[in-house]
Design a protein around this ligand. Structure first.
Ligand SMILES: *[C@@H]1O[C@H](CO)[C@@H](O)[C@H](O)[C@H]1NC(C)=O
Ligand SMILES: *[C@@H]1O[C@H](CO)[C@@H](O)[C@H](O)[C@H]1NC(C)=O
Ligand SMILES: *[C@@H]1O[C@H](CO)[C@@H](O)[C@H](O)[C@H]1NC(C)=O
Ligand SMILES: *[C@@H]1O[C@H](CO)[C@@H](O)[C@H](O)[C@H]1NC(C)=O
Ligand SMILES: *[C@@H]1O[C@H](CO)[C@@H](O)[C@H](O)[C@H]1NC(C)=O
Ligand SMILES: *[C@@H]1O[C@H](CO)[C@@H](O)[C@H](O)[C@H]1NC(C)=O
Ligand SMILES: *[C@@H]1O[C@H](CO)[C@@H](O)[C@H](O)[C@H]1NC(C)=O
Ligand SMILES: *[C@@H]1O[C@H](CO)[C@@H](O)[C@H](O)[C@H]1NC(C)=O
Ligand SMILES: *[C@@H]1O[C@H](CO)[C@@H](O)[C@H](O)[C@H]1NC(C)=O
Ligand SMILES: *[C@@H]1O[C@H](CO)[C@@H](O)[C@H](O)[C@H]1NC(C)=O
Ligand SMILES: *[C@@H]1O[C@H](CO)[C@@H](O)[C@H](O)[C@H]1NC(C)=O
Length: 436
């Protein structure tokens, strides 16, 4: 039995959430986890892996579309997401599953009455039945935080938002305010969110909405702001795991309190709306060999870190050097033509050999932050009979807001990743997220 398979033999862990003063602790599950509302027990690992690859690619392409969108009035954002969190909205609280997304800002859920709603399993939130729901007016500060041209003034000076995503998905409705609680007991915070009466397109069919964790003013993190000391952290479990990961805010997110081996690196804000967290990737070491960024790749803020992208994308010339070093150090024959979706795969029969021989893989971020990735979680994904590399090449992005590295969620599994919006830094500490 190899170590990858062991990941899928974990036992069921019960869902729980707690809110304790200014510390918030959410469960977070991968969409393909048996605990996720998206779980499809008849999907094979290769189907799941293939779908993950397609979703990741769509998101990547969407980000690129986003950069050309600057000249058009339509607001483009990224709706796709991989991790879901359980939230409770209103009084009495209505349970919702929402995509947790570090790549966008607005919190929104589907709301009654639905002009158009995509199907959702859980009941749809009805603001009229919530005693704490409030409307937000056009001339209020939160309304002014909506991106330009994406708010209008509705009946009774009600602030109306409208987002269109690059894949033609849309959400529009009223900007409102209500209690968001995280343990289902009504304890929570009054937050501004989009009450979506008109939601179309390719949104997560069973999820109720989205929670933006970006750096813009309407994101969950920004709204809670000083109450959570401007900090959140997450810890993601391996794909298909029966355990839940955690999203923590406030004191619970304090990485130095809970972990050894913490490294920190500064972030800047990037992307069209300046709400993406950008890191500076300086190089990658594989065993004794280091590939440093050079030429076009070598610049501040060359890497976006994103919970909603699955894989680790590297600019092609950089990727080619990394792939060559990986092949070299593994010393096992690769399996060709497994699928068109993956670049480098090996037989599952060789997994143990590969894991044993795999050299130390270190990503070097600015400020001496060395993040050591583990092959079994961060670098390969199983596909029934094969295991395939989860790093992919992408063209150099020559646009001004270009991104040459996209650090997706696989490269973050089993790390506590802390975002400190006060110190403007992101920290990584190795962790067992199934046990955290
Ligand atoms: C994970 O949970 C599902 C659903 O409860 C169960 O059918 C499956 O056996 C579990 N898998 C493992 C590896 O524990
Ligand atoms: C579940 O997976 C099976 C096998 O791939 C597929 O045929 C079916 O359509 C999926 N169900 C849903 C609801 O996606
Ligand atoms: C907003 O709309 C106006 C008029 O349609 C347009 O001139 C302007 O460029 C738009 N602004 C943005 C940021 O899209
Ligand atoms: C979105 O809609 C426009 C206009 O209807 C169409 O040209 C475009 O191909 C659509 N894009 C996608 C990704 O479906
Ligand atoms: C919820 O709030 C009530 C009243 O403030 C408090 O008594 C209770 O302990 C809180 N519950 C939790 C789980 O924090
Ligand atoms: C809902 O969205 C559709 C498509 O964008 C639009 O035609 C319609 O007017 C919207 N309805 C409301 C009530 O916003
Ligand atoms: C975080 O934890 C460290 C170590 O326990 C402690 O020194 C520090 O004061 C904590 N910071 C906050 C903001 O709680
Ligand atoms: C890597 O470096 C270590 C320490 O310098 C050395 O012991 C080892 O032989 C080197 N390995 C290779 C493959 O060069
Ligand atoms: C792999 O696929 C390529 C292109 O489809 C084909 O030319 C080649 O013969 C295939 N190789 C094997 C070993 O099947
Ligand atoms: C793995 O080993 C089994 C048993 O020896 C063999 O039947 C199978 O073809 C091998 N798989 C691959 C992908 O080489
Ligand atoms: C992580 O924690 C889980 C749950 O306690 C445990 O089953 C698993 O073996 C741990 N994994 C590692 C690599 O220590």
């Amino acid at each position: 039995m190899n170590s990858l398979i062991v990941l899928f033999l974990l036992s069921l862990f019960s869902l729980s959430t707690s809110i304790n003063g200014l510390s918030i602790n959410f469960d977070i599950v991968h969409r393909d986890s048996p605990l996720s509302p998206f779980y499809n027990s008849s999907s094979s690992l290769s189907e799941l892996a293939r779908n993950a690859r397609l979703r990741s690619l769509r998101r990547y392409n969407r980000r690129h579309l986003l950069q050309t969108d600057m000249v058009t009035p339509i607001h483009v954002d990224e709706a796709a997401g991989e991790y879901l969190m359980r939230i409770y909205v209103g009084s009495p609280p209505v349970e919702s599953w929402a995509i947790a997304d570090t790549g966008s800002d607005l919190i929104w859920v589907q709301c009654l009455p639905c002009n158009t709603c995509y199907p959702q399993d859980a009941s749809i939130f009805n603001p009229l039945k919530s005693s704490t729901y409030q409307v937000v007016s056009c001339n209020s500060e939160p309304c002014s935080f909506l991106p330009k041209n994406h708010s209008t003034c509705g009946i009774s000076s009600q602030c109306v938002y409208g987002y269109a995503y690059a894949d033609n998905s849309t959400t529009s409705g009223d900007l409102g305010k209500d209690m968001f609680s995280f343990g289902g007991n009504g304890n929570g915070s009054l937050l501004v969110f989009g009450c979506g009466h008109n939601n179309t397109g390719t949104f997560s069919r069973k999820g109720s909405g989205l929670v933006g964790l970006g750096a813009g003013p309407l994101s969950l993190v920004s709204q809670l702001g000083p109450d959570i000391d401007h900090k959140f952290s997450y810890c993601l479990v391996p794909y298909f795991s029966n355990y839940t990961g955690k999203l923590k805010m406030g004191q619970e997110a304090n990485i130095s309190a809970s972990s050894n081996g913490v490294v920190s690196t500064p972030y800047t804000l990037g992307g069209v709306r300046h709400n993406h967290y950008m890191l500076t990737l300086e190089g990658v070491s594989i065993g004794n060999n280091t590939v440093e960024t050079s030429g076009v790749n070598k610049r501040e803020g060359n890497a976006v870190i994103d919970s909603g992208t699955t894989f680790f994308y590297m600019e092609t010339s950089f990727y080619n050097k990394i792939e060559a070093l990986i092949k070299n150090s593994i010393g096992v024959q690769e399996v060709k033509n497994v699928s068109n979706e993956y670049n480098l795969c090996y037989s599952n029969n060789d997994t143990e050999t590969i894991m044993n021989n795999f050299p130390d893989f270190v990503v070097h971020y600015k400020g001496g932050a060395d993040v050591h990735l583990k092959p079994e979680y961060n670098i390969f994904l199983p596909q029934d009979d094969f295991i395939c590399l989860t790093i992919f090449p992408v063209d150099h992005d020559s646009l001004a807001v270009g991104i040459d590295f996209d650090i997706g969620n696989i490269a973050q599994i089993n790390f506590q990743v802390e975002y400190d919006l006060g110190a403007k830094q992101i920290s990584f500490a190795p962790a067992n997220c199934s046990n955290y």
